[in-house]
Design a protein around this ligand. Sequence first.
Ligand code: KIV
Length: 266
Amino acid sequence: MNEHKVNIHALRAMKQRGEKLVALTAYDFFTAKIMDEVGVHLILVGDSVGMAVLGYENTLPVTMEEMIHHTKAVARAKPNALVVADLPFMSYASVRTALENAGRLIQAGAEAVKVEGGESIAEQVRALVASGIPVLGHIGLLPQSILETGGYKIQGRTPQSAEGVLRDAQVLEKAGVFAMVIEGTVTRVAEQVTKSAAVPTIGIGAGAHCDGQILVSNDMLGLFTWFTPKHVKRYANLSEEMRKAFAAYKRDVETGKFPGAAQSFQ
Ligand code: KIV
């Protein structure tokens, strides 16, 4: 038994103790290993893999097969962090598909699944929880709904929108989620949800009052440089480091500096 392994009960206890929950996305074995070395509590194999790694324009084209592939890679790192995998677009449109696809992610090594939405998916959340699959909710700005909402719009700015976020949070908590991501939502609404929910809230673009924070790792590492959303703080500029390294290698090969004696066999 590994006493450092994070489970859903540990995350809830952290909220009760007022401890901040640290979450990041990962899509591969090595990144998950490094995150685990620094003690990240929750690793999300997000469908953001579509944009961060696979070159899609948004998360809508991400398939179950792609999610399974990346979930397996992260799970092989056997992190102490709780491994959560996203159910991609349309993979939980009915209770039957939600159960079937969540089961596939759990068999790939996820320890919980994440779904976007509130009232509209409450039935699916209840069925998943009843089947023993922990569910992380996701409310506020919902990237899987951009066609319906007309883009990435910050939520909670109007009374109607704020009410919608608060209602979704209540419905999800009642349906049994162990925590919920609040994305792209004005600070005071996220704070209100956090104060009224017994389960932890994990913010991304939802201000400082959430119980925890999550970022897309490629964004915070400066790997995705074409666009930096307002909510992202860049902790590194890895794309610049990579550019420098690739250019130096090209130069060395072209000028005969690589390989040198140290990299050659006699
Ligand atoms: O897919 C993802 O990475 C996410 C995070 C933005 C929370 O859903």
